[in-house]
Every structure is written in structure tokens, then in C-alpha cells.
Design a protein around this ligand. Structure first.
Ligand code: RB5
Length: 144
């Protein structure tokens, strides 16, 4: 089910891609909470990762999107939060499995490692894929 509200954040490396994905989210009819960065001036990815992860963990957004150069730093930052399952995705297949099997609630993307077209596809699939439940629910519960 498409979330009503999506929190999005990027560091300087992901700033430009964030603008593209924000437009896609608006076109999908989703309310966007943009938690920075607000320019391509250097910022530290843990600060933005923390902002998006806590917004999702607190239920203020149904899903989150985080972008840095590789997506790796943002994934690590977001996964330090209880109730956040961030998945670094580079393909539509990754994005679909992250939702269906892992109930991922934050999509992490690498602006320097993923083409804009692939990132946009990941976003669309992540938002339109649902958790499969069943055998996966028991496993996700073990993640704490
Ligand atoms: C910034 O240069 C870069 O380190 C950051 O965007 C990210 O890739 C970290 O994981």
C-alpha cells in the first residue's frame, strides 16, 4: 500500500538526486517531508540519516528514502535505529525483495553508484511493493 507520507534526506552527494526523487514522489501523490540537505554544500550523512530514521521510527512517515554517494553510510546510520530496516538497493529487484521479504521501511540509494533511471525505478517499486508476511514475518520479528 502506498504510504501517505515519505521522509527523504540526502547528503551533498545525493542532493541533486533527491530533487529528482521528490518530484517523482509528488507525481505519485505522496506528501514529502524533506529533511535536508538543502544544498550541495558538504554535510555529514549520519546527521541526515538520523533525522529520516527517527521520523520513520516515530511513525511520522510511512517510509523513508536516504541518498548519499554510495548509499552505504546512510544505510549504516539508519539501521542503528530500532524499528528501522534500511535496505541499500541498486535495482528494482532489490527494492521489491527489500519490501516483500524484509519489510524494509527505508530505501537507501547511492547517487554515485546507481544511475538516476535505476534510482527512480527503485523508488517506484519500493513504494508500490508490500510486505509478504507469512514466513517472512517471523524472521523480520527476530531482527528486533
Ligand atoms: C561523501 O563524500 C560520501 O562519503 C558519502 O556521500 C557516502 O558515500 C558515505 O557513505
Amino acid at each position: 500500500m502506498m504510504p501517505q507520507i515519505v521522509a527523504i534526506g540526502a547528503d551533498h552527494a545525493g542532493y541533486e538526486l533527491k530533487g529528482v526523487l521528490k518530484r517523482d514522489l509528488a507525481d505519485m501523490g505522496v506528501e514529502v517531508l524533506d529533511l535536508g540537505a538543502n544544498s550541495s554544500d558538504p554535510v555529514d550523512y549520519p546527521d541526515v540519516g538520523q533525522a529520516v530514521a527517527s521520523t520513520v521510527a516515530d511513525g511520522k512517515a510511512g517510509l523513508g528514502v536516504l541518498i548519499c554517494g554510495t548509499g552505504i553510510g546512510m544505510t549504516i546510520a539508519a539501521n542503528r535505529h530500532h524499528r528501522v530496516r534500511a535496505a541499500l538497493c541498486r535495482s528494482a529487484e532489490d527494492a521489491e525483495m527489500a519490501r516483500r521479504h524484509n519489510d524494509a521501511n527505508v530505501l537507501a540509494l547511492g547517487a554515485r553508484t546507481t544511475t538516476t533511471a535505476a534510482a527512480r525505478e527503485c523508488l517506484k517499486v519500493f513504494l508500490t511493493s508490500d510486505f509478504g508476511g507469512g514466513r517472512h514475518a517471523k524472521r523480520v520479528a527476530k531482527l528486533g
